[in-house]
Design a protein around this ligand. Structure first.
Ligand SMILES: [Mn+2]
Length: 319
């Protein structure tokens, strides 16, 4: 690890123009770690761009630099491209030809990472990419300002489910403590992300909770959201952030699944497990890969009925 930290540190010190990218439909880790790297490089006086294939979800618009995130262009004149929280190159939209003559760095914690870059810093034990970045910045004595600390904190808080998941280690807590010492207000972060939901988002949640069903003696809980529900409540895909956790929270359920109809008969599937069950195995069966032990997902075509059948089948090992 230290060798890679050194190598990436040298690259950062030697070069002047950078592009940061992360996976589409970004979550708190993708946004937080993108902005953390962005602000560190900015404060070091570098030219930095930050891009994402998807607009920033409104949930994260309380973060200072959210409006610096531009659509993927594949045309910025930079020396170094850094992908964070991105398991496969397609997920960030960076073109291989564009990256060819640049230093391409991949920093991630998905164990399914395809090592698509020239330099791959992958730590599947890290609770969030924010933890890896903290290590990288501290090792290289890069400045972590109060602003950067908040971005890292948001990355770690969201990817650990507010420090609840098994991935939360003593080290995770020590990093969080350091970030709080650097000026992060935990309530400010939690308030903006968990305690300021839009009314229409909660109305949508009501519709989704009404669809909850359990299978295999209650071990599998499935809920869904349809295009019709989005229309009825004037909501969008981004309003479903965190909904899958309600399926998992059913007492006795080992796995919770959300079927989200992103386009007619085209579903995004999110799978979450409480503890022992490895949902990335079910994801491999259905989509051919994608995710962590306790959180995985992918996309699948079909009617709601067909998609639900496939998912139930993929978890037949729960029977
Ligand atoms: Mn992540």
């Amino acid at each position: 690890m230290n060798e890679l930290f050194q190598k990436i540190g040298d690259i950062v010190n030697k070069n002047s123009k950078f592009l940061i990218v992360a996976h589409k439909n970004p979550d708190g880790d993708a946004i937080g770690s993108s902005l953390a790297f962005y602000s560190v490089l900015k404060e070091m006086g570098k030219v930095v761009y930050v891009e994402n294939p998807t607009d920033v979800p409104s949930l994260y618009k309380f973060l200072d630099d959210y409006d610096k995130i531009e659509p993927i262009s594949n045309n910025k004149d930079v020396d170094v491209v850094i992908a964070v929280d991105t398991a496969e190159i397609d997920r960030c939209g960076i073109d291989k030809n564009y990256a060819k003559d640049k230093v391409f760095i991949n920093i991630d914690h998905h164990k399914t990472n395809t090592m698509f870059a020239k330099i791959n810093l992958i730590d599947s034990n890290a609770a969030a990419v924010g933890c890896i970045l903290w290590d990288l910045f501290v090792y290289n004595k890069f400045p972590i300002s109060k602003k950067t600390a908040l971005y890292l904190y948001v990355s770690i808080m969201t990817d650990t489910g507010s420090f609840r998941y098994a991935s939360t280690s003593p080290k995770t807590m020590r990093i969080a403590a350091d970030l709080i010492e650097k000026g992060v207000n935990p309530w400010f972060a939690a308030y903006n992300i968990y305690e300021s939901r839009k009314l229409k988002t909660l109305k949508l949640l009501g519709l989704v909770l009404n669809t909850l069903e359990t299978y295999y003696d209650g071990k599998l809980a499935i809920e869904y959201v349809t295009q019709d529900m989005f229309k009825k409540t004037d909501t969008y895909i981004e309003n479903t952030e965190g909904f899958v956790n309600f399926a998992r929270s059913v007492r006795g359920a080992e796995v919770g699944v959300l079927l989200r109809e992103d386009e007619p008969n085209y579903f995004k599937i999110s799978m979450r497990s409480k503890d022992k069950v490895d949902v990335s195995k079910a994801a491999a069966l259905v989509f051919g890969g994608g995710g962590h032990k306790n959180a995985a997902g992918g996309q699948i075509k079909g009617t709601l009925g067909e998609v639900r059948e496939k998912i139930i089948e993929a978890f037949s090992f729960l029977a």
